[in-house]
Write a new protein. Structure first.
Length: 107
């Protein structure tokens, strides 16, 4: 499997796990908590696959930066959480940072 495909899988499962957090109701709902845990475990598994080829700094920058972006966008649509223009600007800067890290990194 491609390391960048593994990284994408890690991001998707991490975002899914994070979006499950409110549904767990502070871990009092057992099934959502189990599902959330599986998502996080799967995310870390895919991270280890990506780390075989991609340096950890690059993997973590992409995983966290793109994860934050996806969570912010999806929480707006799923939970109705609004974003201020300052938050949107910050997300734009995060994405640009991830792009710069990938462009100027050496493997």
């Amino acid at each position: 499997m491609s390391p960048y495909l593994s990284l994408l899988g890690a991001i998707v499962f991490e975002v899914a796990g994070t979006l499950m957090l409110p549904i767990t109701k502070e871990f009092s709902e057992i099934i959502p908590t189990i599902i959330m845990s599986i998502f996080y475990f799967t995310s870390f598994y895919f991270l280890t696959l990506a780390l075989r080829v991609i340096p950890i700094a690059i993997v973590y920058a992409c995983w966290s930066g793109l994860g934050v972006l996806a969570i912010a966008i999806l929480s707006y649509f799923i939970y109705g959480q609004a974003l201020s223009w300052q938050a949107v600007l910050g997300l734009f800067l995060i994405v640009n940072g991830v792009i710069l890290v990938n462009i100027y990194s050496t493997h």
